[in-house]
Design a protein around this ligand. Sequence first.
Ligand code: SF4
Ligand code: SF4
Length: 177
Amino acid sequence: MVVPRPELHWYEKLYLPSILGGLSITGRYFFKTLFSLLSFDRQKRVTQYYPEEKWTLPEGYRGAPVLVKDEEGREKCVSCQLCEFVCPPKAIRIVPGEIAANSPHAQIEKAPQSFEIDMLRCIYCGMCQEVCPEEAIWLQQGYLFNGYTRKEMVHTKEKLYEMGGQMQRPIKKWKNK
Ligand code: SF4
Ligand code: SF4
């Protein structure tokens, strides 16, 4: 299919109107920002004194993915690896494990032996949350992560559970126990 290219008028070929239009928008925002910085009225300011001032995140904001436990503190993840498979940038690495034979829940399901999310790769897309059959992985509101090394930016299973905490949801792998 050939998409027809519209003919430019002579004044469009000068590019001058477009340049002036762009400069006028830049100038408008320059003065708006300048006056807002001088303003003591917080409502009028367009800048924010981050990190002292934090955003008010909208409901449904998707921050970092975390793992959650159920209301009794049991792991919901069954290490099915669906999230690892679907993750577009391959940020998730799971080593499936077994629940110890002497555990009262040993016969129910698997649990991850290790579960890592590389936050330098994660694009916060939410696909892992969408596919999880156990509602074990969620994108929560946290977005503030930093570290001095790449290794520090890889969230381990312990850290993911620490960030996720407990969550009461209808899907429970333990319901037959
Ligand atoms: S939010 Fe997206 S990129 Fe991040 S771990 Fe989940 S699937 Fe991967
Ligand atoms: S978090 Fe969900 S999708 Fe990922 S391995 Fe665990 S149960 Fe499967």
